[in-house]
Design a protein around this ligand. Structure first.
Ligand code: ADP
Length: 611
């Protein structure tokens, strides 16, 4: 029984497409990830570089500005007479302070503090004398530092939201000894002016914070000055005194404008500079490159899928053809040819299928032949059985008919010999009876011969040397009466020596009697019959020539057929089986001999045989 076809496990085309796409996808994903990562890193580096450069640029300007301040506040008393602050006259003190105040418009108030920590003179903008501060400056760290010869500053502070700072600068004599401290309040607004022109891209900015995290200056948003932003990550770092370059993940944080930024920081003097660039703009190019890479990848992927599909189609189509062809062949159509032209193993496979179909066709043909021959053998056996039954029947009937026929014939011949004793009408009746009995005897003889020599199956059994001349003489003897009555001239030509053939007496008698009987029967009164027996090479040749009715030209080829009688013969004599020559030919051929004849209608016939 044919097996149920297995459930489909997926089309080969789909599998191929998936595999090819999978293979192509790995480098593609790698390419996308690598390219995005690379672009991102490169961009981060360049952002960091830009921010650092900008910060350094601002740093140098701020430093320069502050240094200039310290320089302009440095008071040196070059008079060798004045080696202590007390020796500087009050007029002189006023003059120095107001001069310094005039030279720097960012200076809001100036004062001198002696080394005892007591303020001596103080002026504000416009050279107005101000009230002396009564605090003990010795307690102030900045004072201590300045009295050691180093300029230093206070914490930044705000007045009406304007950042300000106090600078402490030593006053030195000609021997460079500190004799007092100059104290100046400086408005830090110029720092805002320094930062303002500095830009990072369109949206990036720079700002300056003091040690508390208050904004002193902002390149984009002056309105934020004074705001405390110490919670901002970048600010925290700079307050810790760390320099950062915007390269780490930590450097991406929420900036003061509440948006994600990439920040870099640098502590400078006692401020911190922070550069922040909103990611929105800073990483825009990364996003654009990422988007175009993704677009390119998607298009490439679509292309790969298409190519993979076409490629897979190219492979799966011939396979499907073979599959369909195999089904057709499987259903028994062995003439079906699978046509695949791929010049590879698939084409070879298709050819193998075609060859297999050829082989199956041959097997089927052989099986059919086997079935037919079995059926044929069966019917032959049946036919042979039937034929044997028929032969048996003919044999029995013929033998049983022979005795009464002979008795009747003998009786009528006996009466015919004395027919003169009977009336003319009885004589005529006796003639008819004799002729009829002879015909009947002939038919019975043929039947006996058929039962003996069969229909084409006769085989010569136990042959022995037979004197053919003697057999012929005996038969001629039987026809003496008839020959005499029909006044037929009879000639019998034989060689001087006896001639023998390897046969049986019955066979030889049947052949020769049949030929002589036909010659006598179909030769009219006063005709001629000549029988001749001779040796030709290794054979014995028998010839019987008559001047009888002959055989019509168009019927000659049927003469040796079973039960055939020529039309002129039927006219001549009603009774006859048409078996004589047929059996004669069979018997002669069973001897490996030959029989043939020459005849012309109305002139006569000559029959020959060789043994
Ligand atoms: P049958 O003589 O009983 O008819 P045969 O088989 O002996 O049968 O002969 C077959 C036929 O051959 C005859 O019917 C006859 O037509 C033809 N035939 C045979 N011998 C002769 C002959 N000597 N002359 C003319 N016709 C002949």
């Amino acid at each position: 029984m044919r097996k149920e076809s297995l459930p489909r496990r997926g089309k080969i085309r789909t599998k191929l497409v998936l595999r090819l796409v999978f293979v192509a996808l790995i480098p593609l994903i790698f390419l996308v990830v690598f390219s995005c990562q690379n672009t991102y890193q490169t961009r981060i580096n360049s952002i960091s570089e830009l921010e650092t450069t900008t910060i350094l640029q601002a740093e140098s300007t701020i430093k320069k500005w502050i240094n200039e301040k310290f320089l302009s506040f440095r008071v040196v008393i070059v008079d060798p007479e004045m080696n202590s602050f007390k020796e500087i006259s009050e007029e002189k003190q006023k003059f120095i302070l107001i001069n310094i105040l005039k030279t720097d418009k960012n200076l809001e108030e100036v004062s001198f503090v002696d080394l005892e920590g007591v303020m001596r003179k103080k002026f504000i903008e416009g050279g107005i004398k101000a009230e002396i501060e009564t605090i003990d400056f010795k307690q102030k760290e900045e004072f201590v530092k300045a009295s050691q010869g180093k300029g230093c500053s206070s914490k930044t502070f705000f007045e009406q939201n304007i950042p300000k700072i106090i600078l402490y600068s030593p006053v030195i004599d000609y021997q460079e000894n500190v004799i007092a401290i100059f104290k100046g309040k400086v408005n830090l607004t110029p720092l805002q002016e320094i930062l303002e022109p500095i830009k990072i891209g369109q949206t990036g900015y720079l700002y300056l914070v003091d040690r508390e995290g208050n904004i002193i200056a902002h390149s984009l948003r002056a309105d934020l000055i004074g705001e405390n932003v110490k919670k901002i990550k970048g600010v925290q770092k700079v307050l810790e005194g760390k320099t950062q370059k915007g390269l780490d993940e930590e450097d991406r944080y929420t900036g003061i404008c509440k948006e994600k930024v990439i920040g870099s920081t640098l502590p400078v003097f006692n401020f911190g500079i922070i550069a922040e660039w909103p990611e929105e703009e800073a990483l825009q190019i990364v996003r654009e490159i990422r988007d175009s890479t993704l677009r390119f990848s998607l298009i490439t992927l679509a292309g790969i899928i298409l190519i993979a599909f076409l490629f897979a189609q190219g492979i799966s189509r011939p396979i499907r053809k073979i599959q369909k062809g195999a089904k057709v062949i499987g259903k028994g159509n062995f003439d079906f040819k699978i046509k695949v032209k791929t010049n590879d193993e698939i084409e070879e496979l298709a050819e193998n299928f075609n060859e297999m179909a050829e082989d199956l066709k041959e097997v089927q043909r052989l099986r059919e032949v086997e079935i037919k021959s079995k059926a044929l053998a069966k019917s032959l056996i049946k036919e042979r059985e039937l034929s044997e039954t028929k032969d048996k029947f003919i044999k029995t009937t013929a033998h049983q008919l022979r005795t009464p026929t002979s008795v009747i014939k003998l009786a009528i011949e006996f009466l015919s010999e004395k027919k003169k004793e009977f009336s003319p009408s009885i004589q005529e009746f006796l003639d008819d009876a004799l002729s009829g009995t002879k015909d009947l005897a002939n038919v019975v003889n043929d039947l006996v011969a058929v039962s003996e020599f069969g229909f084409g199956r006769y085989k010569l059994k136990n042959p022995k040397a037979i004197d053919i001349i003697k057999v012929t003489e005996d038969i001629i003897d039987k026809y003496k009466f008839e020959l005499k009555e029909k006044k037929i001239k009879f000639q019998f030509l034989i060689p001087g020596v006896g001639l023998e053939v390897q046969s049986t007496l019955r066979a030889m008698r049947f052949i020769i009697q049949n030929l002589i009987d036909n010659a006598v029967c179909y030769t009219k009164r006063e005709g001629k019959i000549m029988v001749s027996i001779r040796k030709v090479k290794d054979f014995v040749e028998f010839e019987i020539e008559d001047t009888g009715i002959g055989i019509p030209k168009e019927e000659k080829k049927l003469i040796f057929s079973e039960c055939f009688r020529a039309s002129n013969a039927i006219e001549q004599k009603n009774v006859g089986t048409g078996l004589g020559l047929y059996l004669t030919k069979n018997i002669i051929e069973a001897h490996n001999g030959k029989i043939w004849f020459e005849s012309e209608e109305k002139k006569g016939s000559t029959f020959y045989f060789t043994l």
